[in-house]
Design a protein around this ligand. Structure first.
Ligand SMILES: [Zn+2]
Length: 167
């Protein structure tokens, strides 16, 4: 089975009407996208597909929990990634995947939701991935990073020295 097969919905042969699916999203999903800035998130996407032979409408409701190190002190933070998307689907000559309108060419037999789920998760991220207040951060780590960056800025680093360290 293709590793992302779970994120595809075959639609040929579906009856006209409403179909509901639940897609599990876990850490492994994000490993398939090297460009992903999310590594560790878990949860579900509830999918409702209104199918007819002339068009379809997809509703996606995402509810993930994301674990990410605080940008200041590296302590693990948890954020909810919640998002909703409605996508209209029509048939045409050639496949064209837009944000909220997909045109499917005649040879298409399934709806690939993996890219959409990846994008929804990224858009749902909070803009600051740090503790709300710096006083909530781990003080030892803050002190450590401070001394570390001072040390670096006081020295001119010879790249040859860096290369030697890796031997
Ligand atoms: Zn912090």
């Amino acid at each position: 089975m293709h590793p992302l097969a779970l994120y595809k919905i075959p639609f040929t042969g579906l009856k006209t009407g409403k179909h509901e699916f639940q897609i599990d999203v876990d850490q492994e999903f994000f490993t398939h996208f090297p460009e992903s800035e999310i590594e560790d998130a878990n949860g579900v996407v509830d999918v409702v597909l209104n199918y007819s032979e002339t068009n379809m409408v997809l509703h996606l409701k995402m509810n993930l929990s994301w674990k990410v190190p605080c940008g200041r002190c590296l302590e693990e933070l948890h954020f909810d990634l919640q998002s909703y998307e409605r996508i209209a689907i029509q048939y045409g000559e050639e496949t064209e995947i837009g944000d909220d309108l997909w045109i499917l060419g005649k040879n298409e037999i399934e709806l690939d939701l993996s890219q959409t789920i990846l994008e929804m998760a990224h858009l749902a991220r909070p803009s600051n991935q740090v503790h709300d207040n710096e006083s909530d951060c781990d003080p030892r780590m803050l002190a450590f990073f401070k001394s570390d960056s001072n040390e670096k800025s006081n020295k001119t680093i010879d790249p040859r020295w860096d290369a030697l360290k890796n031997l």
